[in-house]
Design a protein around this ligand. Structure first.
Ligand SMILES: Nc1ncnc2c1ncn2[C@@H]1O[C@H](COP(=O)(O)OP(=O)(O)OP(=O)(O)O)[C@@H](O)[C@H]1O
Ligand SMILES: [Mg+2]
Length: 383
């Protein structure tokens, strides 16, 4: 039997994007015998050595058509990747998940909140503001404290500003408003931030992962603790709302849903991302099937793996860049110093301060002890 014949038996996933999420999806898919192709507009370190990595203008239908050769399904690494180009180029013969229709709703923070609100999921007060006057009225209506958000294109907190005065609002408007204005949200006095991952197949079959606690530094994910130390009522409410959010936007693949927990245990939806998510990285070591494995399975409409934890507890800490420039490997042995932490480095050639370069996960019994061990392991990494 030739190599091509043996390859022909296993599905090939095309991934639009070349960052860490594509890399970890590719690693999980390859472990299950699947093949992976990636397409990105510029050379991408994280996926360069995995499967077939194509560099090309992904907005060009001809480039996309040639990329689609041999793909059984196409997925996006980020909500900004051009799923609509893949759908057009595939002429309906190659499934693209999540669909461009789902992405259209999720990409715009106003439309996203409207969709989950309509589905009956609790959302904090927000107003889509077309003018600075509307935004100023919203600030007053929200009691003088609000978070202004760009409608589209923000990530890792770039694109958000907390405003408590007209002067701050004017600045935020200058920085963040697009043609259709910006989103104003009432500032939520949360006691905790929570997240839930959902995997969903085209046939509708789902797996809902444990609720986790997340901590952000400078609006950026720093730590994830699984499972969240919350009441069982809050736990069930978050899982139910996450599943309802996936159904509301007809999501296929993985969905990461972020919530605020209020003092009385009630939850409010913050936002969702239609892909594997930073708050789900812990699932690689801590769950029977990771978010990356279930992403691959769900877009191929294959049976999902269990989302249950195989360990009582897990902590994940992000490893950020410390300086700008090419990655040096002189800190590599220190990075591998911890005997308990699972170290993930994403293969990025260039570091920038605060750029996500990797993460570490520690699993065990006691969240406080795991947190200390994970912080220590992450701190030791200076690449
Ligand atoms: N309405 C709000 N009230 C209070 N804090 C908020 C509010 N909206 C956002 N935040 C804080 O800012 C963080 C980032 O906000 P959000 O999730 O909207 O940003 P993002 O840049 O789109 O997301 P990410 O960092 O997940 O890529 C939240 O995790 C939370 O800590
Ligand atoms: Mg967020």
């Amino acid at each position: 039997m030739s190599l091509t014949e043996s390859h022909a038996r296993f599905p090939t996933i095309g991934i639009l994007g070349g960052g860490q999420l594509g890399r970890m999806t590719a690693l999980a898919a390859m472990r299950m015998g699947m093949h992976v192709k990636t397409l990105s507009p510029s050379p991408a370190g994280p996926v360069a050595s995995l499967g077939e990595s194509v560099v090309g203008d992904w907005t060009d239908e001809a480039v996309m058509q040639s990329f689609l050769q041999g793909c059984d399904v196409v997925t996006v690494e980020s909500e900004w990747a051009p799923a609509e180009v893949a759908e057009r180029a595939g002429k309906g013969k190659i499934p693209v998940w999540p669909s461009s229709k789902t992405l259209l709703t999720i990409r715009h923070k106003g439309r996203q909140k409207d969709a989950v609100g309509t589905a009956g999921i609790p959302v904090g007060a927000y107003l889509a503001c077309a003018t600075l006057e509307d935004a100023s009225a919203a600030l007053t209506a929200f009691g003088g404290k609000a978070v202004a958000k760009k409608f589209e294109g923000s990530y890792d907190g770039y694109g958000n500003a907390t405003v408590t005065s007209i002067e701050e609002l004017q600045q935020a408007w200058k920085d963040l408003a697009a043609e259709d204005g910006l989103l104003m949200e009432a500032f939520v006095p949360f006691v905790r931030e929570l997240a839930v991952m959902v995997a969903r197949r085209p046939s509708g079959d789902t797996e809902v992962y444990p609720v986790v606690e997340t901590e952000q530094k400078d609006h950026r994910c720093h730590a994830v603790m699984a499972p969240a130390r919350i009441s069982s009522a809050t736990y069930e409410a978050a899982r139910k709302a996450a599943l309802a959010a996936a159904e509301a936007v007809d999501l296929v693949g993985m969905l990461g849903v972020e919530f605020f927990e209020l003092e009385d245990g009630a939850i409010l939806f913050n936002e969702m991302a239609p892909r594997p998510h930073n708050t789900g990285h812990y699932t690689i070591e801590a769950c029977y099937a990771s978010q990356f494995e279930n992403h691959a399975r769900s877009i191929l409409d294959l049976p999902l793996g269990s989302s249950e934890m195989r360990m009582p507890a897990a902590v994940m800490i992000n490893v950020l860049g410390h300086r700008a420039g090419s990655v040096r490997t002189d800190g590599y042995s220190d990075a591998l110093h911890s005997s308990q932490a699972s170290i993930h480095l994403y293969g990025k050639a260039e570091a920038r301060p605060k750029r996500k370069m990797g993460h570490v996960t520690v699993t065990g019994d006691n969240l406080d002890l795991l947190r200390a061990e994970a912080e220590k392991a992450a701190d030791a990494i200076h690449l």
